[in-house]
Design a protein around this ligand. Structure first.
Ligand SMILES: [Zn+2]
Length: 73
């Protein structure tokens, strides 16, 4: 049984608003799909991300740390 990390309601609202703007501009709407995080393997809802929100935070933090010259393991 796989648990899926759902989008937060604010993220959903954001997508709905973007889709409204996209339809006005004649663009295809964004679709939410379930993907597997490439880092931790958890199933999560996303439009375009390949890493879940938790891993993304960690990746961003380590990117910042490496810019500051710290070794991140
Ligand atoms: Zn993850």
């Amino acid at each position: 049984m796989d648990e899926v990390k759902k989008l937060s309601s604010s993220e959903r609202t954001n997508i709905v608003e973007q889709n409204w703007a996209r339809s006005r501009a004649g663009l295809a709407p964004l679709t939410v799909r379930v993907r597997k995080c490439r880092v931790c393997g958890v199933m999560f809802e996303t439009v375009a991300e390949r890493t879940c929100s938790d891993c993304k935070r960690i990746v961003e933090r380590s990117a910042v740390a490496s810019l500051q010259g710290f070794e991140v393991i």
